[in-house]
Design a protein around this ligand. Structure first.
Ligand code: PGA
Length: 264
């Protein structure tokens, strides 16, 4: 963590929690964070169908003045504007529900749904056109790491995924480094492995966009983050928050990750 970059903790609920479970979670989570003044940004990415409920709950909580500002993220968006794209959701539709962030390039989108760097790049551009802030995910598989390809894989994902995006876009972008072998497996990267990868990612951003942009961009770590490892990860100088799957499904553990991470 670096005091010049506000840490960002984002819950990626994946295909979990419809509207009623969203409501249960938010009521409990808001009661936990009430009165806390975390120097961090908190983001929740529910499934699309739960976005209206989440927006409503956060809006009424804010007017009831007990909400730590929680930002809403989508887990995906279409690279197209509108029209004959069955099953897709456009960036403008997301804006109607006060969505500010969108997770793009998640390894599950890449490996299960076949999203290429080119598709992810098109989505990144579309998100920026609508002034959404991308949480741009990158990361290597275990085979890639073991065969010495970590840096080349990350470099390709960065250069192709961010192609055509400007420094101004980068000021509104968060990168999430998520080693695929650590996602949902219970195996976390060691803080040294994470720090090394984050420093490398920041150096590639510096090559493309310059040192200023690289020094400002926030890079989250993702992959089996839990209350027990959050503090150690957040103590690393190039780790600026976390993207959390499984452990963000329970209000208590999401809360503890933020509290432990911010205690650093
Ligand atoms: P995990 O997922 O925390 O369950 O490993 C992280 C992610 O996929 O973003």
């Amino acid at each position: 963590m670096n005091i010049n970059r506000k840490p960002i903790f984002a819950a990626n609920w994946k295909m979990n929690k419809g509207a009623s479970e969203t409501e249960d979670f938010i009521k409990s989570f808001l009661s936990k964070i009430q009165g806390q003044n975390f120097a961090a940004e908190i983001v929740i990415a529910p499934p699309f169908v739960s976005l209206p409920k989440l927006a409503d709950l956060l809006h009424s909580a804010a007017t009831g003045q007990n909400a730590h500002a929680i930002q809403i993220a989508a887990q995906n968006c279409s690279q197209y504007d509108s029209g004959a794209y069955t099953g897709e959701i456009s960036v403008l539709m997301l804006r109607e529900f006060f969505v500010h962030y969108v997770i793009l390039g998640h390894s599950e989108r890449r490996s299960i749904f076949g999203e290429t760097d080119a598709v992810i790049n098109a989505k990144m551009k579309k998100a920026r056109e609508a002034n959404l802030k991308p949480i741009f995910c990158i990361g290597e598989t275990l085979a890639e790491r073991e065969s010495g390809k970590l840096e080349s894989v990350l470099r390709t994902q960065i250069t192709e995924g961010l192609s055509g995006l400007t420094e101004k876009d980068m000021a509104e972008t968060v990168i999430a480094y998520e080693p695929v072998w650590a996602i949902g497996t219970g195996v976390t990267a060691t803080s040294q492995q994470a720090q090394d990868a984050h420093a490398f990612v920041r150096s590639v951003i510096a090559e493309i966009y310059g040192a200023d942009t690289a020094g400002r961009i926030r890079i989250q770590y993702g992959g089996s983050v839990k209350p027990g490892n959050a503090a150690e990860l957040m103590a690393c100088p190039d780790i600026d928050g976390a993207l959390i799957g499984g452990a963000a499904l329970e209000p208590q553990s999401f809360f503890e990750i933020i509290a432990n991470g911010c205690a650093e």
